[in-house]
Structure formats: C-alpha cells, structure tokens
Design a protein around this ligand. Structure first.
Ligand SMILES: CC(C)(COP(=O)(O)OP(=O)(O)OC[C@H]1O[C@@H](n2cnc3c(N)ncnc32)[C@H](O)[C@@H]1OP(=O)(O)O)[C@@H](O)C(=O)NCCC(=O)NCCS
Length: 304
C-alpha cells in the first residue's frame, strides 16, 4: 500500500541519516505529495473545476490588499488543488508543535505521511464550511507555490449570516465530501495519532467558550495559521493574519485566536493583545497539561 511504501522510505531515509528521531520529514512529505498528485492529478483537476465555481460563488468578497507587500506576496482564496501543498505546509509547520506534534501525533516520525493526510482531510472538510475561509499566500513569481495557509472563522451573528447565504448546492457538495473524507480515513487511518487524543482540541472548547460571549461573541477567529518552514520570517504569516484583522475592523468586531507556545510575540506584532485566558484553563480540561494556548483578542471589540 502507498502508505507502507512511505513508511518504508521513512525508515530508509532514517537509516541513511542519523537515527529514527531525525527522519527527513520534508523529504517524506514531498514524496507523499508527489504520490497524491500523480495518482490523483486528473481527479483533483476535475474536482477543482467542479467545486471551485461553487466555492467562489459565495466567497465573492474581493481579496483586498491588507499589506503594502501584497503585490510581492499575494493572497488568494484556496482552491481545491491548493489544499495539497497547503497540507504539506501545515504538516511541516506543526510537526513538532506541542499539541499537534507529540500529543496528538506521538507516532509521527514513523508515519509522517499520515500527519499530512490529517491536515488534508481537515482542509477538505473545512473547504465547504460557510463560516470558514481558507487563504493561501504565494510568491508573485510562482503562484503555484503555497508559502503559508490560514483559516479564518466567522463566529457569532456574522457566521450565522454567512451560513444562511450559502447556496444549497455548496452545502450538499460539502456533505458529500464529508462522506468521502470518512471513507478516505477508513482506507488510510491516521497511524501517527493517539486515537484517545485526536479530538482533544475540540473537547477542550467547552472549558473556554465563555471567552467568546458578550461583546466578544461576534468575532473573526484565526482557526489555523501555518507558514511552510522554508518561507518563515518573510512576512507571509503576518499577511494572512492581517486579512482577518482587517475584516474584523471593517465589520466593527474583534479578531481572536489561541496562540501556540512561543508565538504570542508574533501575534502582538500583528495587533493582538492579551492573553485574556488560556486554552488549558479549568478543572479537568483535557489539555490542562499542554503548554501555550494564550487566548488573544484585538482591540477592535472595544469599539464594536
Ligand atoms: C508562527 C508563524 C505562523 C509565523 O509565520 P511567519 O510567516 O514566519 O511570520 P512573519 O514572517 O509574517 O513574521 C512577522 C513578524 O513576526 C516575527 N516573528 C515570526 N515568528 C515569531 C515568533 N515565533 N516570535 C516572535 N516574533 C516572531 C517576524 O520576525 C516578523 O517581525 P518583523 O516584522 O519585526 O520583522 C510560523 O512560524 C509558523 O507557521 N509556525 C509553526 C506553526 C504555528 O505555530 N502556527 C501558529 C499557531 S497559533
């Protein structure tokens, strides 16, 4: 099976380098990406054609330029095809992050391709969500190179409005792909993950959802942000963040996020304040032992 070949290659690569812990994740992921693309190139192209019309139909808001560097580093709404390189960027960026790395994916070094598929399925599921917007950045000289990916979610009344605006064909296609995703997961289970912890993040929301109430209920929430490690510190992360903070300002609401450990300073540079709380707070919170998780908001909610 494809994934066994990948694991075998992971171990080969490892044997040729310096031990199991130092397996070349990027190399494996690139290999995996090529496999996905070559076996599915026409399928993905066809799906892209079918779904992109529907997707762009309701995501008509033009991408405004949130940053002066935007001509060199443009953004676009992710296409179906973009989800492949975007998953590659996310799996590489989060590979050793405290939550997605050792806790959710303790066997990631043995099965690195499964982490990639975890993000691919997540992006495919999110693609049709009315309240979520997937954006990718790329260098203007190379539009097919995805340098970073971000998902912004509209929470509160604004999100309900977006759900009402979504056409039934998009909704139905989304449901169909949820089923496809489930079958994909049965065929290719996530062997890198700890099954008891895979939904740990979703389960922890019950402990912190009170932060998104009252004047903060209506918010643009940064659901995911990942810059491909090859393109870090070039401004792509800030560009993706500024798309959401600008939308929030325009709509007179706040922007919010939960920061990974050590990223708080980056978000402060992007206009966020706090923490107002922690993702790990509360008795019996399943992620009580996880470091990081600062809950941060922009000031806009004070004006909202
Ligand atoms: C955090 C992350 C998205 C930053 O992306 P990036 O594209 O490298 O960020 P940018 O180049 O836009 O950085 C903007 C500014 O923040 C600074 N910065 C970037 N990462 C930083 C960090 N961890 N701590 C402090 N400052 C940071 C940059 O130096 C730059 O500063 P400058 O404008 O003064 O030069 C990226 O490192 C990443 O994907 N990390 C792994 C996944 C992750 O943790 N995602 C966030 C989950 S909440």
């Amino acid at each position: 099976m494809l994934y066994d070949k990948i694991s075998a290659r992971a171990i080969d690569t490892d044997a040729n380098s310096s031990g199991l812990q130092s397996v070349d994740v990027r190399h494996i992921s690139q290999y995996h990406l090529r496999c996905e693309e070559s076996k599915g190139v026409w399928i993905n192209a066809a799906i892209n054609k079918i779904v992109h019309y529907q997707y762009s139909f309701y995501k008509q808001t033009p991408i405004r330029r949130p940053h002066k560097n935007c001509s060199k580093m443009p953004l676009r709404y992710a296409t179906w095809t973009d989800l492949l390189p975007a998953s590659h960027a996310a799996s590489a960026a989060f590979f050793d992050e405290a939550l997605f790395g050792p806790i959710i994916h303790p066997h990631r070094r043995t099965y690195p391709g499964d982490v990639y598929l975890f993000f691919l399925r997540y992006f495919r599921q999110t693609f049709f969500s009315a309240t979520d917007t997937i954006l990718v950045s790329y260098p203007s000289a190379s539009p097919s190179t995805v340098t970073a990916v971000g998902i912004w979610t509209r929470k509160g009344a604004g999100g309900v409005k977006l759900e009402r605006q979504q056409g039934w064909t998009v909704w139905l296609t989304g449901k169909l792909f949820q089923g496809v995703n489930k079958i994909h997961e049965l065929l290719y289970p996530n062997r890198a993950a700890d099954p008891a912890k895979i939904d740990i993040l979703e389960r922890s929301y019950a402990w912190i959802k009170h932060h998104w109430t009252g004047e903060r209920a209506n918010s643009w929430y940064l659901n995911l942000l990942a810059t491909d490690p090859n393109f870090e510190k070039m401004g792509y992360g800030r560009l993706l963040v500024s798309w959401g903070t600008q939308r929030a300002k325009e709509e007179g609401v706040c922007a919010s996020l939960i920061s990974a450990e050590g990223r708080e300073e980056f978000y402060r540079k992007c206009g966020f304040e706090g923490p107002v709380g922690w993702a790990s707070e509360g008795e019996d919170n399943p992620i009580a032992h996880v470091s990081g998780g600062a809950i941060m908001f922009t000031e806009a909610f004070k004006q909202g």
